[in-house]
Design a protein around this ligand. Structure first.
Ligand SMILES: [Zn+2]
Ligand SMILES: [Zn+2]
Length: 265
């Protein structure tokens, strides 16, 4: 890796997962060492938050409540070990789920979690709502996504919104515009930055969605770039980072060098 490339690479990232979510690979140490090699100064882990399901449901896409202790312990040890090289932060990526929000926040407080990012993967949970990234022409799903994200943002618990354009609505452009403009306006009012998601870009998902970022550009949202690491290769993906910057430039969007972490209230 050329040092020139590293010089121009992102310096702060708050979006990374661990094996505990059952779809990310490698050890936390490997992520941290890769981040240091890439010249990153602040690296936050934001694994998919535990969810205290009541009726015996076991999630296959998030960590278990019983794994939180090990997650926090492992990262605290690495935090101390690498303190001269990098600032490690301990967070979660969370959907806003009305029925579990309070319980989740209590546990975050108990473990003194540094920050949360809002990733509204479901309209509800994986057991009672559709996946936001499933293609749909149903306006109710789009509307439900926007409503939950705004309600979550209003709790003031979230540092930024991850892949705001995860929702994969392919119906009328006017309807998409109406609801997503509302989302952008509310996020701007609440001063919550929106994320250009590197993993989505690198793997050609439905996000980053250019039409969404056109709307965010019109509204004047601020943005950050998030790696969304599920393995270490994406942490080294300078080309994808540059593509995200180019997209931001195209739609006149200011990229913040870092998002200011908010503690869970
Ligand atoms: Zn994930
Ligand atoms: Zn993520």
């Amino acid at each position: 890796m050329q040092s020139e490339q590293i010089k121009n690479y992102l310096k702060a990232n708050l979006h990374a997962h661990t094996y505990r979510c059952q779809h990310a690979y490698g050890t936390e140490r490997e992520y941290v060492e890769t981040a240091i090699e890439m010249g990153i100064k602040e690296f936050g882990f934001s694994d998919h938050i535990f969810c205290p399901f009541k009726n015996g449901e076991v999630s296959t896409m998030r960590m278990k409540l019983s794994e939180v202790e090990g997650y926090v312990d492992t990262l605290n040890k690495l935090k101390r070990e690498y303190k001269n090289d990098i600032d490690i932060l301990i967070g979660f990526e969370a959907e806003y789920i009305r029925e579990f929000y309070e319980e989740q926040m209590n546990i975050c407080r108990e473990y003194d979690i540094d920050y949360l990012i809002l990733g509204q993967h479901f309209i509800g949970t994986e057991f009672n709502g559709p996946y936001s990234g499933a293609q749909t022409t149903n306006e109710e799903i789009l509307k439900g996504y926007v409503e939950l994200a705004i309600e979550g943002a209003k709790t003031d618990s979230f540092t930024y919104m991850a892949h705001p354009d995860l929702i994969y609505y392919t119906g009328s452009k006017e309807i998409y515009y109406k609801h997503m403009r509302h989302l952008c306006e509310e996020m701007k009012k609440l001063n919550i930055p929106l994320e250009f998601n590197m993993l989505g870009k690198a793997t050609n998902r439905n996000y980053p969605n250019e039409f969404f970022w056109q709307i965010a550009g019109e509204v004047g949202n601020k943005a950050i770039v998030g790696i969304d690491a599920h393995d270490t290769t994406i942490i080294q993906d300078v080309a994808t980072y540059k593509e995200c910057l180019a997209l931001a430039k195209k739609f006149n969007i200011e990229i913040l060098p870092k998002a200011e972490e908010k503690k869970a209230p």
